[in-house]
Write a protein that binds this ligand. Structure first.
Ligand code: HAM
Length: 415
């Protein structure tokens, strides 16, 4: 019996013409990131499971519920990466990249895996473009990274997005804030969802991020981290806001944003769109000044972001209707003798970067119909008569103009 396979749920194929749009977005990222000194890093898609446990955090939804983890044939516990930052930090430490002059800047692109409940804009395999910068705690670098992200989104064709910012403090001020949160939520424990009851002890910051209605209601009067920042964190955040003001980069302060990954310190941010429904974050990131040393590297402040390709692509394809690229020339080739001439003419045009299709088979009528369906600009006919005379018939399908030309002059037609 024959089996018709389908892609796994939440792991859809991306087809042309959408793949061409992805290419455009990636090109925009590469151009903008290069100007800011970011070079591409390619890390493995599969890593030791512990890498994510130790960075994203055991209490995060990603690690607690969403990891694609399994034991490999060598008995190692491994995971498909749910995000890129942990791997880039591992590579930074493993290859002693701290010995290169600071700051070290990297970007990456590729598939990530989270076993989430698939819905519009949320998949189990999704594609991120991200950037990470190591080696400076200066708020100028936070501003530079955010300005770069907004420049990339603008170059990709998405200028009107909202930027939300917060500072979630450092190892000096956060413990006291966590304690204040524990005290605030203690009398309401029974009313919180089971996840938040667990978070209350492990990481009460995460209660601020919960999407369950009753938790949202309870946290309405919770203390704000902005009121608990130490002087250094307050100064750092103030300087960042001042630089964004100077750059005329609009932002909104969101004192409730804590982000779903445990490694963040100080600056966190999200870029959202009003057109995406529930899954409205297009890109997100922040500082993680402790992670390099927690992975055994030297104390190295660092920061980064990642953007979700499917969401970018959805926004762009809503703004412009995508269509398949059209051949500039369709060569109708008639009869066995014509094949070689058709192939060499097509190759010569392709060498000049012209998009060319050869008809290969079927009657002239059926080949012309195909050329029309593909939206070809020109049709060139190569049959036995044309081979004998050395002169090819052509037609501009847009204007209806037609004529005959020698093989060599076809190039002039298109210039
Ligand atoms: P994140 O917020 O988990 O952060 O993901 C960043 C972006 O990836 C989201 O804003 C969204 O556009 C996209 N994304 C996440 N999950 C999904 C999903 N299931 N389906 C579709 N798109 C998704 C991080 O991953 C951090 N590593 C960002 C970072 C880099 N922070 C510092 N450096």
């Amino acid at each position: 019996m024959k089996t018709r396979f389908t892609a796994l749920k939440g792991a859809p194929d991306v087809l042309p013409p959408e793949t061409n749009l992805w290419g455009r977005i990636e090109n925009a990222a590469c151009e903008v990131f290069a100007a800011y000194g970011y070079d591409e890093i390619k890390t493995s898609i599969i890593e030791p499971a512990e890498l994510f446990l130790r960075s994203i955090g055991a209490s995060s939804d990603i690690v607690a519920k969403e990891m694609y983890s399994f034991t490999d044939k060598g008995g190692r516990s491994v995971s498909l990466r749910p995000e890129g930052t942990a791997s880039v930090v591992r590579a930074y430490v493993e290859h002693n990249l701290s010995l290169r002059p600071a700051p070290q800047k990297f970007f990456y692109r590729g598939p990530m895996f989270r076993y989430e409940r698939p819905q519009k804009g949320r998949q189990r395999q999704f594609y991120q473009i991200g950037a990470e910068c190591f080696g400076t705690a200066h708020p100028g670098m936070d501003a530079e990274l955010i300005v770069m992200l907004m420049a990339f989104l603008e170059r990709a064709g998405l200028p009107a997005l909202s930027l939300e910012l917060n500072s979630i403090g450092c190892r000096n001020c956060r413990p006291a804030f966590k304690q204040r949160l524990r005290e605030f939520f203690a009398p309401h424990l029974d009313g919180l969802c089971p996840d938040c009851q667990r978070r209350h002890e492990q990481n009460p910051l995460r209660i601020l991020d919960c999407k369950v209605e009753r938790c949202i209601a309870i946290r309405a009067g919770a203390p704000l981290i902005s009121e608990s920042l130490c002087a250094e964190c307050r100064e750092h955040f103030g300087a960042l806001l001042g630089l964004l003001d100077a750059m005329k980069t609009p932002y909104t302060l969101n004192p409730h944003m804590v982000r779903g990954l445990d490694y963040y310190t100080r600056t966190v941010f999200e870029v959202t769109s009003g057109q995406l429904g529930a899954q409205n974050a297009v890109a997100a990131g922040g500082r993680y000044d402790l992670l390099v040393s927690e992975f055994g590297g030297p104390e190295t402040p660092a920061l980064g972001f990642a953007a979700g390709m499917e969401r970018l692509s959805r926004l762009l394809s809503a703004a412009e209707s995508l269509s398949m690229p059209r051949p500039e020339v369709f060569i109708a080739s008639l009869g066995r003798e014509a094949a070689a001439a058709a192939l060499s003419t097509a190759s010569a045009l392709r060498a000049r970067d012209k998009r060319v299709e050869v008809g290969w088979e079927g009657s002239l009528k059926s080949q012309l119909r195909r050329a029309d369906k593909m939206g070809a600009r020109y049709v060139v006919i190569i049959g036995e008569d044309e081979l004998r005379s050395g002169s090819f018939k052509w037609k501009n399908l847009g204007t209806g103009e037609s004529g005959e030309t020698g093989a060599e002059e076809i190039f002039n037609l298109l210039s």
